[in-house]
Design a protein around this ligand. Structure first.
Ligand code: GLU
Length: 284
């Protein structure tokens, strides 16, 4: 993969500059250096969210969530055991850069497939379809959907389709606060700084079910977009077919259902059954 070449080149450059002895495995070192290959001790670097409970979540050295489960399943089919995965945080605004600079090999991070993003990265999948929704205070009965947002203060995340849609469609009607992650947006909602948080329904459901948020916030439940989660890969990567083969197997062998059930349990969330599990796009 491209990431391996980058890491090897960086390693060689470092050796040349420092005039140190460089062993053949020195390409494993370095921040973000990944050595994806075909197994045999290599690792694969996968970008996920660290702050979206039920999707991609880091707790100490434990990683959990639907994206983590899907990524682990696909990595296995590509020849990497769970202990060969190096997780890396992939905030919404950094995903294209992480892929195009070779800092990650794949991204599973509630990453919607869009034509705009396809200018710089490629996608396998989709493996899930969500919809943009709103999170509001538990006692809020005013906000029922995008048409009831006039004059409201909203929070979303930089680099997300969620923030972009508000800018494209509601810019003159709402004030938008952009944060690096959705957890920060929920904090802004809890403190009254904003009236609503907007992003995909499954993300909002996971946040609303957090012990500290229960009983304080609720998901409106009126989705107004179609967010098709793809596996982000470097542009023109040759891995798309292999990833899609794995995703198809995951849908067929019941793993997808198990991953959804395990990770949405207790949130009250159910995926849109008309859209899920989704049909895979053709690889470009
Ligand atoms: N699925 C949307 C996106 O890819 C919103 C969620 C996110 O920011 O990860 O932008």
């Amino acid at each position: 993969m491209r990431a391996r070449r980058t890491a090897v080149l960086a390693g060689l450059a470092a050796c040349a500059i420092a005039l140190t002895a460089c062993s053949s495995d020195s390409d494993d070192g370095g921040d973000g250096g990944s050595t994806a290959g075909s197994g045999g001790g290599d690792t694969i670097t996968i970008g996920i969210k660290y702050d979206q409970p039920g999707l991609g979540f880091k707790d100490g050295d434990k990683y959990s969530g639907f994206d983590v489960d899907v990524a682990t399943y696909v990595a296995k089919d590509l020849g990497y055991d769970a202990d060969q995965i190096e997780w890396k945080e992939a905030p919404s605004a950094q995903r294209e850069t992480l892929l195009s600079t070779g800092q990650v090999d794949m991204i599973f991070a509630t990453y919607s497939i869009t034509d705009e993003r396809k200018k710089t990265v490629s996608f396998a999948g989709p493996y899930f379809v969500a919809g943009q929704d709103l999170l509001v205070a538990e006692d809020d009965s005013d906000i029922t959907g995008p048409e009831s947002l006039n004059g409201k203060n909203l929070c979303s995340v930089s680099g997300s389709t969620s923030a972009q849609r508000i800018k494209d469609e509601l810019a003159s009607k709402v004030n938008l606060l952009e944060q690096p992650g959705y957890a920060e947006c929920v904090t802004a909602l809890s403190s009254g700084q904003v009236d609503a948080v907007t992003t995909d329904d499954i993300i909002l459901a996971g946040l609303a079910a957090q012990p500290g948020n229960q009983g304080k916030v609720k998901v409106v439940g009126n989705p107004f977009s179609t967010e098709r989660y793809g596996v982000g890969i470097p542009k023109d990567s040759d891995q798309c077919e292999a990833i899609n083969t794995s995703l198809k197997k995951m849908f067929d062998d019941g793993s997808w259902d198990t991953f959804i059930k395990d990770n949405t349990e207790g949130t009250g969330y159910t995926p849109n059954a008309d859209e899920n599990p989704p049909a895979l796009d053709d690889c470009a």
